[in-house]
Design a binder for this molecule. Structure first.
Ligand code: AVJ
Length: 339
């Protein structure tokens, strides 16, 4: 498999463009701002260093963590319907991570159309993009991969526009944004979409609180380890010495806001020095740092999103328990005028 011809072909099929700036200044200030707020917080994207990405993969296999498994099964079910018409299309995946979800969709594309399909993963992790690009071109030799090393919250404008596109936003990643932020994000996304483009978005639904809370409080403590691991990411960026042992993992459902909140709760009074701050960071025993919001949705939210963006709901697919939904939206010709 490793002969030079093969790798030459693979190289031709894969291009990766980088749009992230190399300085870490922005990240440093995002963390500092969060730790200086009244309710201290750390932006959730800092979960995903190498160790955190691995722990997240472990989470997706936990018996309590239903979302990934449910979404994949659903995707497998609907893929033939959605993919049969794919020809001359760019499939853009926002926050692509490993390529396991997109593979399910690609698997259902008729073979004769495969060479007209380009896959555009957008992710902040170079490792994730290059690894998944390699796996995909091995598995689908006809396809072209055009990776974008970018933050989809900031760099939507760098996504190629020449061809009609399907935007995929799986995993209920939208749930990390507050309601206000998610509406703004969908409006930003709509603003780069053109008539003929489509959006396929995965959303975790409101359900029995026990099921929700168990999914974020697993028996093996993997979610707790994932939560505490964010501190090592913080230590890297702002050169602090937070210890995971000073905190306990807390995750609960906030019913008034339809979201799981994950926090790190201080087990004792803490004072942490940081070269970027004049004063020490002070945390009282029992005080928490919010590390993640994971919003859950109802049909009402889905219809509101469609209404606000002016995108047309083609279908809302859901599993028998209605635990997870895949929403397929179209940008219809003329729908930019109908708002
Ligand atoms: C990747 C943001 C969808 O909110 O369920 C899993 C991350 N956090 N367990 C989620 C997560 C704790 C996950 N998302």
């Amino acid at each position: 498999m490793n002969c030079p011809e093969t790798s030459a072909i693979i190289r031709k099929q894969i291009a990766i463009r980088k749009y992230l700036c190399s300085t870490e200044q922005e990240e440093v200030s995002e963390i500092i701002v969060g730790l200086s707020a009244q309710q201290k917080y750390i932006p959730s994207k800092f979960f995903y260093d190498a160790n955190g990405s691995k722990l997240f993969e472990d989470i997706t296999c936990l018996p309590e963590y239903y979302p990934t498994r449910t979404e994949k099964a659903l995707l497998k079910e609907i893929a033939p319907q959605i993919s049969k018409a794919f020809r001359n299309i760019d499939i853009v995946e926002l926050g692509s991570g490993d390529c396991s979800k997109i593979s399910i969709l690609l698997d259902a594309i008729p073979f004769e159309n495969m060479a007209t399909v380009r896959y555009i993963p957008v992710d902040v992790s170079h490792a994730a993009i290059s690894k998944s690009a390699r796996i995909l071109v091995e598995r689908f030799p006809e396809i072209t991969v055009h990776g974008l090393l970018a933050d989809f919250l900031k760099h939507l404008s760098v996504i190629p526009k020449e061809t009609k596109r399907l935007f995929c936003f799986f995993g209920s990643t939208l749930g990390n944004l507050t309601r206000k932020q998610s509406v703004q994000f969908l409006l930003d996304l709509k603003a780069v979409m053109k008539p003929g483009d489509q959006l396929l978005i995965g959303l975790d639904m409101v359900k029995d609180i026990k099921v929700l809370e168990n999914a974020y409080n697993d028996n093996q403590g993997v979610t707790a380890a994932f939560n505490k691991n964010i501190l090592s990411s913080v230590n890297q960026y702002i050169k602090t010495e937070f210890s995971p042992d000073w905190f306990e993992h807390v995750a609960f459902y906030n019913q008034s806001k339809d979201r799981i909140e994950m926090h790190l709760r201080a087990l004792k009074d803490l004072e942490i020095s940081c070269m970027y701050l004049q004063d020490n960071i002070r945390i009282k025993k029992g005080e928490t740092i919010l590390t993640e919001n994971s919003h859950k949705y109802t049909r009402r939210h889905i219809f509101d999103f469609a209404c606000i963006t002016g995108l047309k709901i083609n279908a809302v697919y859901t599993d028998n328990n209605q635990w997870f939904s895949l929403v397929h939206l179209n940008y219809l010709i003329g729908s930019q005028d109908s708002q």
